[in-house]
Structure formats: C-alpha cells, structure tokens
Design a protein around this ligand. Sequence first.
Ligand code: T4K
Length: 373
Amino acid sequence: MTIPENPIYVTQPSMPPMDEFVEYLKQIWDSKWLTNNGHFHQELEQQLCKYLGVNHISLFSNGTLALITALQSLRISGEVITTPFSFVATTHALHWNGITPVFVDIDPETFNINPNKIEAAITPKTTAILPVHVYGNPCNVEKIEEIARRYGLKILYDAAHAFGVKKNSNSILNYGDLSVLSFHATKVFTTIEGGAIVSHSAEEKNRIDQLKNFGFVNEVTIAAPGINAKMNEMQAAYGLLELKYVENKIKKRKTNSVLYKELLSNIDGITLMDVPQGIEHNYSYFPIIINESVTNRKRDEVYDYLKSKNIFTRRYFYPLISNLATYSSLKSSEISNLPIANKVASSILCLPMYPDLTTDNIEYIAKSIKEAL
Ligand code: T4K
C-alpha cells in the first residue's frame, strides 16, 4: 500500500454543505444581530435540549470557559477530587478558580476516575468531585453520586467527549449537578469553537447565563463578577447545521469503529476498549493500548512509525496532567498514588476516528499498525 498523499489526522471535521451555511449567514447579515443571545443562539439551545434529552442548556464560546464558569456557578472552592487522565483544560479550570486539584487514580478498564479511590482522598477542604467521561465512556455515576451525597459534595462532570451518550436510554448529561460539553472543531458535534453547560433547573440556568455575560441581570444590575463566555451567532448557526447531520455522522463513526475492531482484534500486544452494556455511544475516539511487554515495541515507536506513514495518531492523554510542572509538586501527583493513570498515559494511542474516514484509510492504518509491531 502506498503512503497517502494527504495526512490522515486523528480527527477531521466533516463539513456540512457550505450553501446551507451561506443561507444562515445571509440571515445574520440581514438581522444585524451578531451575538448576545440572538435568534440562532436561542434556537440552538432549544434544539440541543430536545436532541440530547436534557432540560436546560447554556451555550458557551468554548468548553474551557464553560468548565471555569460551572465551578463558579456551583460556588466551589478549596479542594476538588479529579482525574489526572484528561485533557489539560479539566485541571486548568480548577487552577483558574484558585481551587486545589486532588488527583485520584483511574479504573484500569474504563480509564475514568476510580470511584473506589475517591473516599480516601476526601478531606475537610473537599467541596466537589470533577470526573471526566473519558472518550465518551460513562463514569460509574451511581457510585460517585452515592459518595457525593454521603459527604455533601457537588459533582461537576466534564462531559467534553460525551455528546449524545446515553445510559439505559437516559442522557449521561442528566447525572451530577452540572455537566460540561465541548463543541470544538475536533468533537463529534461542533460549533467550530464552543461548549455548553447542562443544568437541571431554570434558576441554575439563569445564574449560569448571567455569569457568562459579565454577571448582568439587567442594564443596571450586575449580580456577580461574571466573565464574557458567550457563543456568537455564527457559531450557533454552524451548530444548527451540524445538528441536522450529527446522527448520520455518529452512524458513520460506528461503522468505522466496527471495522477497526474487525481488523485489530486478536492481535498480540494490542488491547481495544469495549463499549459497556446499555450504553448508546458516540464513537468519539478509537483508543488502543500498546502492551510493550508483549510487542517489544514502545508506544512512541508505533506513534513515530505511523507518522512516517502519514498517519497522525494522538497520545490522548499524555503527558499526564499530574506530571505537568504546574501540578507535579502536589502530594496527590506522586506516581505511587497514580500507577494506573501513569501506565495508561504511556501506552495509549488514539487512532484516526472521524465520519469521513474511508474503508481504505482504516485498512491502511490497521496494516501499518501491524507492520509497526
Ligand atoms: N475537557 C476535555 C476532556 C477535553 O477533551 C477538552 C478539549 C476540554 C475539556 C476543553 O474544551 P475546549 O475548550 O477545547 O472546547 C484537541 C482540541 O483542541 C481540544 O478541544 C480537545 N479537548 C482535545 C482532546 O483535542 P489538540 O491539541 O489535539 O488539537 P489539534 O488542533 O492538534 O487537532 C487535532 C487534529 O485535528 C489535528 O492534527 C488536525 C485535525 N484538525 C484540527 C482542527 C482544529 C482539523 O482537521 N481541523 C481543525 O479545524 O486538542
């Protein structure tokens, strides 16, 4: 197989028809309404509630600002228990709020925070738990809720990867006090840059909407020191267009995932992740674990080999957040506290996964992986 001319990235947005976006742009031009809770913004909030099966949603300019604002909205301070195995934005959001992250190790099967390790990390300063549904695989929400209730802690889910994911037909976004989504260009559903907070009451949504708009209640009343994290009309219009096609795109992702599984299962040295029972998945990522002791190949050797074949995988999530200079001096960052997370971070590889990936692409990637091993 010859090396493809164009790079195969870990992900690539599957663009909606341009003429349909131009139609929306014309409407924006005519209305002269560009941002601040405009028509498209309101429409997207309504349609997303319906599609996702949630009651309240507040749109944001990106997922990181949504996380920062969600922590403000829940009035969280002190220490927050979280996972080191995530994108840096999860912990950075705590840092930007002056909150100390307390890292807990991950489950070896799901790579999500291990609920059995949470209690031991609780101190009198703990106010909340910030778990992540990594790769869209739901956390053990029941166990986390039980612990939070017993200790009077809030739960904020980083659901950046979990757009459309359901557990027993119920949106995973309905668990916890708040859930945060990312609509970045690399995500299953995108508004180019964007994000959202899912809340459970009109009062909470109202507070979040004030906080993302400088804290304004009305022209003369500013309720809190808010921020500017509003989604603009172009982003919202793009989102409405995306929503028309997202179901079909998730189906294509599923087809790609099935083909990868066919081609890569039963290979010594590679472990694939299973979709847990009762889960409606979004197939946002296709992670594999390279078992160095079996293959005699380091994960980074495979990563480099694939790069030489014009295949750009990603080591989500390496380096581990707890090993970054900003956080490495924390007691909970000690490697002995996080053995599974450190192991997974050094052996994980996320393969290209997006709707427009072709059968040829996937066969080429699978063959190249076998060569690398
Ligand atoms: N929490 C979690 C758990 C998250 O994963 C994220 C974001 C957040 C919070 C924060 O949400 P946001 O504030 O981002 O809304 C990417 C994304 O930038 C980031 O949004 C995402 N997680 C993270 C997992 O992945 P990079 O550094 O890998 O992105 P980048 O630009 O290298 O893109 C990856 C590949 O995608 C490129 O090699 C090519 C392709 N690509 C990318 C873009 C931007 C395209 O084909 N077209 C594009 O427009 O972080």
